[in-house]
Design a protein around this ligand. Structure first.
Ligand SMILES: [Zn+2]
Length: 82
């Protein structure tokens, strides 16, 4: 009979040979390799994408604010840095 352990990540039981003890805030928990791999692969990509998107949004917002300031001041489009 195959030994099973409860996976705290999937909240189901998996065969023990597909699992590793994983350190959590609650202590050591069993977690399957599949969920560990999915988390370690997805995390950096998601973080990096989020950072890039935030930077783009901030730049777009500041450019729009700058343009609006010039329009309100009646000077037309902002001068281009020549
Ligand atoms: Zn699992």
């Amino acid at each position: 009979m195959m030994e099973m352990e409860f996976c705290y990540c999937c909240r189901v039981h998996h065969p023990k040979d597909q699992m590793r003890l994983y350190s959590t805030r609650q202590g050591m928990r069993w977690r399957c390799l599949r969920s560990i791999e999915a988390a370690t692969q997805a995390q950096p990509v998601r973080d990096d994408f989020g950072r890039q998107q935030t930077a783009i949004n901030r730049e777009t917002a500041s450019r729009q604010a700058e343009f609006a300031r010039h329009v309100r001041a009646g000077t037309g489009a902002p001068p281009t840095a020549a």
